[in-house]
Design a protein around this ligand. Structure first.
Ligand code: 6PG
Length: 254
């Protein structure tokens, strides 16, 4: 049973909504309608649909079912991108490219879908610059900035999203659309889409699951003074949707 349409203080009221479902297994069904609707609209206007995918664990179950629930006609006109990447080889166990390839790309029917991954064989600076150029070339621009049709995000327990971590200088980036992020060694250095690019997206969806996210989600949506990096995801002319399971939403509305 989903509760929908709830809006929360601190988020762009006109564009945010939250859907709560019993389990993560229902996420793909909710995503399907949003994905197909956004794709049809973009394909009609631009002849293709652009979607950027995050890494992490939560979206894996969703990516595993996407290949079969989205019609091939849409895949034929889809350009997939990465929201962020760990600066590791594509074969590394922590590679988001590896995870997306294994959960989604390998399951796609023979289609013309394009998967534009972040090239971590380049230096980290060159990788970010190269990816920014690719996005400018492959995504429809509005006012000279690419506007992705759909972005899938996760939420860390520290309030990060993408590779936009608390206290990181990338939070202040106002020009670059893709940036390197230098972190502590166990988290790997990263390449990430920045606020200037993410906030131009037409549809942003957070997938949030598990009791360990209950506090951060409660603080993000209902205690705006926490100033999490995720709180600055405010699509300028787009929708912002939180798809949460019952466990992660357990401290909302208290
Ligand atoms: C990454 C992701 C990252 C992720 C959050 C939440 O590369 O790890 O882009 O931002 O979305 O850390 O991860 P979970 O969904 O696995 O909790």
């Amino acid at each position: 049973m989903a509760e929908s349409g709830t809006q929360h203080r601190g988020m762009p009221m006109s564009t945010s909504r939250i859907e709560i479902v019993e389990s993560i297994n229902e996420f793909a069904t909710l995503l399907k309608d949003i994905w197909i609707s956004a794709a049809i609209q973009s394909i009609e206007s631009n002849n293709f649909f652009s979607a950027a995918l995050s890494g992490g664990n939560t979206p894996q179950v969703i990516y595993k079912s996407l290949a079969e629930i989205i019609p091939i006609e849409i895949w034929n006109k889809t350009r997939l991108f990465q929201v962020d990447e760990r600066y590791v080889s594509p074969e590394h166990k922590d590679s988001n490219r590896k995870m997306i390839s294994e959960t989604l790309i390998k399951s796609l029917p023979s289609t013309k879908a394009e998967f534009h991954n972040i090239d971590t064989d380049l230096s980290i600076e060159e990788s970010a610059k190269s990816y920014e150029s690719l996005i400018k070339n492959k995504v429809t621009c509005h006012n000279k900035i690419p506007s992705l049709d759909l972005v899938i995000l996760g939420l860390g327990t520290d309030g990060h999203t993408a590779s936009l971590f608390p206290e990181s200088i990338v939070l202040d980036e106002k020009e670059r659309l893709v940036s390197p992020v230098y972190t502590s060694s166990e988290m790997h250095d990263r390449i990430t889409m920045t606020y200037p690019l993410l906030n131009k997206a037409h549809n942003i969806i957070y997938f949030i699951s598990g009791a360990e996210k209950a506090d951060v989600l409660h603080n993000l949506l209902e205690k705006t003074y926490f100033h999490y990096p995720a709180a600055e995801i405010r699509p300028e002319n787009g929708s912002l949707t939180f798809l949460c399971d019952r466990e992660s939403a357990s401290k909302l509305y208290q």
